[in-house]
Design a protein around this ligand. Sequence first.
Ligand code: SF4
Ligand code: SF4
Length: 428
Amino acid sequence: MFCNQCEQAEDGKGCTGIGLCGKDEDVQGLQETLLYGLKGMAAYAHHARRLGRTDEAVNAFMEEALFATMTNVNFDVPSLLDLALQCGKHNLKVMEMLDEAHVARFGRPRVTQVAVGTRPQPGILVSGHDLLDLANLLEQVEGTDVLVYTHGEMLPGHMYPALGDHPNLAGHFGGAWQLQRKEFDSFGGAILVTTNCIQEARDSYRDRMFSTRVTAIPGATRLAGDDFSAVIARAKALGPLPQRDFGRIPVGFHHDVVLGAAPALLEAVKAGQLTHVFLIGGCDGHEPGRNYFSEYARLTPPSTFVLTLGCGKFRIMDHDYGTLLGLPRLLDMGQCNNAYSAIKVAAGLAQALGCGVNDLPLTIVLSWFEQKAVAVLLSLLHLGVKNIAVGPNPPAFLTPNLFKVLQDAYGLKLTGEDPKADLAAALA
Ligand code: SF4
Ligand code: SF4
């Protein structure tokens, strides 16, 4: 463990092993789990607040939970574990608020095909997760020849009619966050980053990069408000982008859309045409071990659906999975906060089949990277969802003792080395 949050920090640097206050590594690990879950929830709550939604119980919990991580307040593993699960409960509420706010503001999601590439007009690439920034930018470029493209986790913006049908939203460019240096470099136009995950910029595009509010990159321009005139002026000065056509991506399998097909899905389950549903997605990252997720997805049988979300989708979407029951077998539910959609679908199917979520032929294989994924995992554990596999690496803040506690209570496990064997075990 390492902790340096109070004056007693060992040697003026930090406590390791066991704290001078008496805190051990399991207590420290749970306090960190709670802190990281809170950070993820705070990001979602920030988006929801910008769209006019807050919840007093959530706000009160955040204060209480932060308080519990202070020096000499709580040394008790069970109560800290309970707070971590409560964080999951409140994060579920926040994801619900955000989902409702997106639908209320931008319209009911529908399935649509998104063009990937650029057109020979000035362009702005919008990255991150803040759909309100995207909407404000579209409003400000309306009537000009400046086209806007989504990048990374902004892709699901196209599923909302008020964004996707906007004449200046021309398509999508780029994949998961870890590829952005190459992609921002080659895009050629202005770049607006609204949230994580951004990387330190290359000099080649730093002077055409803008960020909003808390998001900031040295040498790029940080915009504190909603006025995007500087971004638009930069895009115009940079001139037309090349014509590039990289095909189309289907988006929009929001829970409303998937549950709209529930009667047909249930009939197919009874007839043996639909045998299993996988949720494979979450955050993407650099590590070679992440090929596990793409290999796992490719091995899924034709009688199964693969739900995906977050930027983990980009790793598995460059494969033709075919169709099932007239739907693509790979269904993109949206951003990482649209884990709420996956939860709604699982709960809806379980209710219709008269069973619990853990009795469904459902396997969750979660790739994680940062703190929003921690918040989502805590939400799934709060709901009692069992046998989730996370990877490619175990969370460093979960000690072996804590991981065992979660393993015993929820069957939480790590992704393995062999996707074929893990898939066979899931189907068995
Ligand atoms: S809170 Fe405890 S473990 Fe942390 S620095 Fe202070 S004495 Fe050390
Ligand atoms: S899904 Fe996770 S890793 Fe990917 S951009 Fe969103 S927060 Fe970052």
